[in-house]
Each structure stands twice: as structure tokens, then as C-alpha cells.
Design a protein around this ligand. Structure first.
Ligand code: CP
Length: 312
């Protein structure tokens, strides 16, 4: 296997196991770079990356920007509030005008599912999905995979439980596709009002009782509860959500001995997870963030088509 099968990373639903494994294998060398005193390699010298964020982000945006800088790429950061989007310019015109200034790769976050695919239809650049509506967030799932893989040395056969708003979570979707492709057993837990109608399509065990969901789990990945959903009547109150689905220390006895707690952030402490669990020695939440930067370096490198010696 020489490279990835696609020149874009739009999602993980149809990404083959060989590509996922190639990305995970490539992360190790970049993980070593970010632990160095001088955290920079020439791998993407001469390549220009546009970070096109139409939605807020802390981890993903900063992580991509640092990944690009540490690979010696040139970076441009686009934000809607300071651009001509405010004057009504369309997405197509915006990206085609920026591409006319000679860019090579685009990292895009947008509230509408399918925007990364749309960009592949009107741009020549490599496109990386940094989160599109409730569709997918592939680099988040890849950093979750890498973190689990480094701890257990495998993904196949592990029982991974994803807790939260299954209907609206792009992180859950990308995790499901990736975990299942890599042979993990996936369980979903959350309120029935936040389960999509077609939940069986995912091929996961589905639980509306958190104790049953967590029973015998190796990994628990707790998702942010999107508080705006409460206004839409999808759960009665924050307190009720916490009582029924919040992950707390009492749940830890249900898990396998060598269990791991994860959360993609941003966290609502005291709502979907207690601080005691989030800050415990079984939590890898900050390790996920560190690994995320190396995962994004690996993805940028592999999609660029660069050979290591070309960047030197
Ligand atoms: N996990 C995640 O996507 O966080 P941000 O929204 O801060 O990028």
C-alpha cells in the first residue's frame, strides 16, 4: 500500500480499513515530532493550506493550524465574520476566488452536511472535512482511534460505548464507521428522543439505559450534549439528562478493569460527565487533543501526495 485511495478526506463511512491503518501507522512519526524541542519538519514546504471555518472551533482549528505550521506549510485562516461572506458572497465564489490565489489544500468546517463534497466539485484542492453539520468529523474519529489503539494495541474485539446525542453528533457517526471497519464492537447510549429513526442502519447495540450500555465496556466516549436541543424539547431538562445519562464515578464499577474515558470536547462538566470522571487517571481527554495534532499532520501529509524526501 503506497498511499490513500482518495485525494480527499470527506468522511469515514466508506474509508477502507487499509487507509485507516495507514493513517494510524503514519501518526507515530509525527507524534515524535511534536515532542521535540524544535517541533518542525519541512514535509509540506511550498504547500498552502486554507483553513475555512464557517462554524466555531477551538481544538480542530488550532490543531490543524499547528499541524500545518509544524509541517512548514503556508497557512491562511478564513473566518466568516471578517470576510466578504458578510456582504453576501456565496460559498462557491468565496472558495474559487481564494483558490485563484494558488492554494493546494482546504480544511473546511461548515454547519451544512455535504459542504466538503461540494468543494470537491468546484475546486482543484485536496479537501479535508473538519466537521460538516451532523454528518461526519473524520479527523476527530481518527484521533480517537489512534488514542485507543496506542493504549490497547488493537481496536478489534474492544467494546466501545458512545454516549450522547446520537441523532445530531457527527463525532458519533464518524466513530461508528471507523470503529466498525476496524472490528470493534460498538454500543450507543442516549435518550430515545435523540436516537435517529434509522439507528439500526448503524449496526450497533442501542441502549436507552446507561447502566446496560456501560456494562463490560472497555472504552466510554462521552459526547457533549448540545444544550440548544433542550429548547427544541428533545429532553426535558439538563438535570434530567444528567440523572439518566450523565457519566459519573458510580458507573465506573460497570466497566472492564482496564477501562478508558474519552470526550471529544467541548465538555459540559457536571452535565454529560462529572469532573471526577473527566479528570481521573482513566481519562485520556487531553491525550486525545495532543494526538489530534499528530493525526492531522499525518492526514495532511498523506493527502498532499508528498514523498518525505520532497519536503527536505
Ligand atoms: N472536538 C471538536 O471538534 O472540538 P472543536 O469544536 O473545539 O473543534
Amino acid at each position: 500500500m503506497n498511499g490513500l485511495q482518495s485525494r480527499h478526506l470527506l468522511g469515514l463511512e466508506n474509508t477502507p480499513a487499509e487507509d485507516i491503518q495507514l493513517i494510524l501507522n503514519t501518526v507515530d512519526s509525527f507524534r515524535e515530532v511534536i515532542d521535540r524541542r524544535i517541533k518542525r519538519v519541512p514535509t509540506l514546504r511550498g504547500i498552502t493550506v486554507l483553513n475555512l471555518f464557517y462554524e466555531p472551533s477551538t481544538r480542530t482549528r488550532i490543531s490543524f493550524e499547528l499541524a500545518e505550521k509544524r509541517l512548514s506549510a503556508d497557512t491562511i485562516n478564513f473566518s466568516t465574520s471578517t470576510s466578504s461572506v458578510k456582504k453576501g458572497e456565496s460559498l462557491r465564489d468565496t472558495v474559487q476566488n481564494i483558490e485563484a490565489m494558488k492554494i493546494d489544500m482546504v480544511v473546511v468546517r461548515h454547519s451544512s452536511p455535504g459542504v466538503p463534497y461540494f468543494l470537491t466539485q468546484c475546486m482543484k484542492s485536496n479537501i479535508i472535512n473538519a466537521g460538516d453539520g451532523a454528518h461526519e468529523h473524520p479527523t476527530q474519529a481518527l484521533l480517537d482511534m489512534y488514542t485507543i489503539w496506542k493504549k490497547y494495541g488493537r481496536l478489534d474485539g474492544l467494546r466501545v460505548v458512545l454516549i450522547g446525542d446520537v441523532m445530531h453528533s457527527r463525532v458519533i457517526r464518524s466513530n461508528i464507521w471507523c470503529l466498525k471497519t476496524m472490528g470493534a464492537s460498538v454500543a450507543l447510549g442516549g435518550p430515545s428522543t435523540l436516537m435517529p429513526k434509522e439507528v439500526e442502519r448503524f449496526g450497533c447495540d442501542v441502549y436507552t439505559d446507561i447502566d446496560k450500555a456501560l456494562d463490560g465496556a472497555d472504552v466510554v466516549n462521552v459526547m457533549r450534549i448540545q444544550l440548544e436541543r433542550q429548547q427544541l424539547g428533545m429532553f426535558p431538562s439538563q438535570r434530567e439528562y444528567t440523572n439518566l445519562f450523565g457519566v459519573n464515578s458510580g458507573h465506573m464499577k460497570l466497566l472492564n478493569k482496564n477501562y478508558t474515558i474519552m470526550h471529544p470536547g467541548p465538555m459540559n462538566r457536571g452535565v454529560e460527565i462529572t469532573s471526577k470522571v473527566a479528570d481521573s487517571n482513566k481519562s485520556v481527554i487531553l491525550e486525545q487533543v495532543t494526538n489530534g495534532q499528530a493525526v492531522r499532520m499525518a492526514v495532511l501529509y498523506l493527502l498532499s501526495g508528498r514523498k518525505e524526501e520532497e519536503g527536505e
